[in-house]
Design a protein around this ligand. Sequence first.
Ligand code: 13P
Length: 253
Amino acid sequence: MSRTPLIAGNWKMYKTGPEAVETAMELAKLCSDVTDVDVMIAPTYLSLPLVSTTLRDSRIKVGSQNLYFENQGAFTGEVSAEMIKAAGAEYVIIGHSERRQYFGETDLSVNKKIRAAMGSGLKPVLCIGETETDRDEEKTFSILDKQVSNGLKGLSFDELGNLVLAYEPVWAIGTGKTASVDQVDEVHQYLRSLLEKLFSNDFSDKTRILYGGSVNPDNVKELMGIKDVDGALVGGASLDADTFINIIKYRDL
Ligand code: 13P
C-alpha cells in the first residue's frame, strides 16, 4: 500500500499569534504547488484558530500540540478535544517526549488522550522514543513496545483508523544529533511489525510512521528514503517558512 508522506511542523512554545499567522501565510504561498505530500503545522493553542483561518484555503492542515482528555469541566488551564476541533485542527500531537519529561505525561494519560482525540474525530500523532540511557542499556525496543502497547491499549484498529505514529528518539530532539539511517531503519521496521502484531497487517500497512529529531533540509532526503519512514515531525527547522519548505519539497533537493 502506498502511504502519502506527512511532513509536520511542531512549533512548540514559539511564536505569538501574529508571528504564527505571518509564517503560516508565507508557508501557504510556498506550498501552493505541493501535491504529493501532506503538510501539517502545530502552533500553540492560542494561535490555533488564527492559523486555521489563515490556512483555510490552502492544503496545509493544522494540529494541536496536546489536549486534555475530559470533554469539559472544572479543569483550569486545560483544553478539550472538542475545543481543538472547533478551532480548526485536524491533527493532535499526543505524548511528545517534552510532555512526558516536563509535564508528567504517562502512557496512561496518553491512552486517555488518544481516546478523546478519536472521540472528536481528531487524528492523533502518537509520539514515542527512547532516551539516551535507554539506548545505551539496550532497552530501546522494550521501551517503544511499552509506549505503543500501553498508549493504544483497549483500542481497536477501527477506532484507530487515523493514527499516525512518530518515532522521536529523545536524544535526537533539538540536539542536532540525528539518528543514523541504520538506527531509524531498524526502529521503523520494528514499529511496523509491532503494529501488525498488535492489530493487523492492513492496519500496519496503512499507518504512517514519522521520524522526528533534528530533521533539517540536509538530512531529510536520506531519512525519507528509508523504506518505513512515511514522513517527518520537525521542530526547530519548521519555524522558518523558507527552511521548512525545503523539507516539505525534499524530493526536489
Ligand atoms: P527538533 O526538530 O527541533 O529536533 O524537534 C523535534 C521534535 O521534537 C518534533 O516534535
